[in-house]
Design a protein around this ligand. Structure first.
Ligand code: ING
Length: 310
């Protein structure tokens, strides 16, 4: 009997600055209800799913951004989502801005199992953008200002009859992200992303090229680690800033098997057969049989590139 998991990618349309958490949770609950109606076992929500993408705004005093963060998870505002999931036996992944009791700030996601318990937490390791205000940019991308790099590594968890992993947005652009999880046997990687449609530094980079990069990263991550990848966007126009959609479900062959068509709240679903990972893990990507780690030293000993002398 194959281990089939019916997975939903619950794309969020734009969340405006003034939209309350309460109103956002109502939208997420609607997507969760649609997922239940479609028989989903697992729903993947997006990055920073409770608020607008606030790292686009510069604030000199970073404490002023604390209202965008959750200091506990769950909390009374988000509890209805946990309650619904528990009542109907649906697992989910949810991205949010985390403020710890020690006062640290992370771009975080939690993995909740069908009994409504948090079984995994991930904190975004690769923070794109910059720390200070950069006037040459058409818009700011201040994740390095408001978040610390994740301190939990890239863990995986045995839950929902499989080996599950999470990453967040920019993480998908770094093959190390998927490979570290692949080296733990991951079968399904869940991620959310808030990605501007256009490049703030390169006027002539097309939206099509940016969408190509988005899917290329997830498709290669899936194939090269023989796992399913679910990528869920926050999409549409937030406060005048366009975010790309393109939420998708990718199979272990790196093929996109489900893709959103809109830039709004939209659910896509697919029956992910976790046993489909086995063939590539036992052949092409049998890491134990084929990898030659004695030649990979630079990957962990060097941060930046060091070209040969002129
Ligand atoms: N957003 C973008 C992402 O990695 C980005 C930032 C876009 C970086 C394009 C580089 C190129 O998808 C987040 N939130 O990381």
């Amino acid at each position: 009997m194959n281990r089939i998991l019916r997975v939903g990618a619950a794309q969020s349309g734009p969340i405006q600055k003034e939209e309350s958490r309460k109103a956002v949770v109502v939208r997420l609950l609607e997507l969760m209800k649609e997922a239940r109606a479609n028989g989903c076992d697992l729903v993947v929500f997006t990055e920073l799913a409770l608020t607008t993408f606030f790292p686009r705004y510069f604030e000199k005093n970073r404490a002023q951004m604390d209202p965008w963060f959750e200091s506990e998870m769950p909390n009374p505002t988000i509890q209805p989502l946990f309650d619904y999931a528990r009542k109907h036996g649906i697992g989910f992944a949810l991205g949010y801005a985390e403020k710890t009791t020690a006062g640290q700030h992370f771009n975080t996601s939690v993995l909740v199992d069908p009994s409504g318990d948090i079984v995994g937490k991930y904190r975004k390791v690769h923070l794109p953008g910059h720390f200070g205000y950069e006037p040459k940019r058409r818009w700011q991308h201040l994740e390095k200002r408001y978040f610390e790099p994740g301190d939990l590594g890239f863990p995986v968890w045995r839950t929902m009859n499989g080996i599950m992993g999470m990453c967040i947005c920019n993480d998908r652009r770094w093959p190390e992200t998927f490979r570290v999880m692949g080296l733990q046997g991951v079968e399904l990687v869940m991620l959310g992303y808030n990605t501007p449609t256009l490049n703030s530094m390169k006027e002539d980079e097309s939206a099509a090229t940016r969408m190509h990069h988005n899917h290329l990263c997830m498709q290669s991550g899936a194939y090269q680690n023989a796992c399913w990848v679910v990528g869920t966007a926050k999409a549409g126009n937030e406060d005048g800033f366009e975010l790309m959609a393109g939420s998708c479900i990718v199979n272990p062959d790196g093929e996109i098997v489900a893709l959103t068509q809109t830039t709004q709240d939209e659910l896509i679903t697919f029956d992910c057969d976790l046993d489909e990972c086995a063939f590539l893990k036992q052949t092409t990507f049998d890491f134990a049989a084929h990898r030659r780690i004695e030649h990979y030293g630079r990957i962990c000993s060097q941060t930046g590139a060091e070209p040969p002398a002129e």
